[in-house]
Design a protein around this ligand. Sequence first.
Ligand code: S3P
Length: 440
Amino acid sequence: MSNFIILKKKISQFNKTISISGDKSISIRWVLFASLGSGISKSKNLLMSDDVLAAINAIKKLGIKVKLNKNECKIYGRGFNGYKYKKNLSIDCKNSGTLGRLILGLLINSTSSIKVTGDKSLSKRDFKRISDPLSEFGAKFKLKNFKNLPLKMIGSENLTPIRYSENKGSAQCKSAVIFAGMRTTGTTIIKAKKSRNHTELLCQYLKLPVIIKNKKNYDEIRINKVKKIRAINYNIPSDISSSAFFIALTVLSDNSILIIKNVNINSSRTGIITILKNMGIKIYYKNKKIYKGERVADIKIMSAKSIKAVNCPTNINSKAIDEFLVIFLIAAKAKGVSYFKNLAELNHKESPRLDWGNKILNLMGIKTIKTKDSIKIYGNPNLHINKKIEIKNYLKDHRVFMTSVIAASTFGGNWKIFDKDSIKSSFPNFLKILNELKRQ
Ligand code: S3P
């Protein structure tokens, strides 16, 4: 089967209700927490993507039994100290930064050496941001080029608590330190720049000795030694980051309406909604509820007749960090110049996404000014593409692929987009859902 897609036609108007697969961040965290639980944990709507399957394979290697049955997953936890550390243990985190970073915090009490590997993209990413704080607890690391995978870690049973300032707005760094802090006698204190807080919400739901104080510009998290984690049944809500592609599709299409059911709208994830509202786009929540500490709602989106340019406040950045590629597409159709700044973290994702966002816009004929951490986008409300565009060699970044597909489906042109299988890491159903909307 060819691993590229050719798109030559804009989508026609649609009016539909769809469901999107489970949230990736919550799915991976549920797998990890359940693996430490005492007894059987069950989940529904777990995201069945390569990143989550890599997490399942990781805990299987640690001696945890897992049963997958279509929409249901059962994890047979062996308790907080139940992992079996085999000799020469090697864990392949594939494309998943979340798994690669969080698992190191989970395994920090292992006294035998553990190797962590990843695919080409993950092997280019920064792991020093994790090995630095975990070394302070007492773990020892050997990293390729002092910062990359593959790495080897030897943990310790005598870890000391740390004080840690997380200043990148990285939930992965914060979460790795939370897991490590659970293994020490004494209190680990994190001063964390605001970022997604699914780990903290799970700790609170499980009544673990983790205390969170939400301050205006940062969160203070105090972690004490955990003795036991109970099993946890979870009905995973849909992923707002995956929904973002269909939100953009609707905004940029003509006369269309879309409802996306049961999406996680945790306020640490809804930067895209705030930004789009600032751009004058009609987007609403319906049927709001709270589930295990997480906010969930249906999202209703309508096509935009006109889009206002935005000067994006930097305090929204971490709340929209995975959505900027599609936000840039929407800015491409705005009236005026949009400005996004302090976005150096975007170039630390599965591919250098600030660079790729810029490249896609330029290929579409949109003028931009990019620096190493900012981009100005000169919107064109009448944008219609009439040329051939090829997207390839982007480190198989799933979000680059899906953004290109949305651009092709809304702005026209003749697109050849390589590495179709990249969607398997976060959103295997992406093309199936798109085709259902096209069939309307
Ligand atoms: C994630 C945190 C973010 C995000 C990633 C998922 C998580 O990464 O970009 O897709 O589940 O904790 P950083 O921690 O690098 O910001």
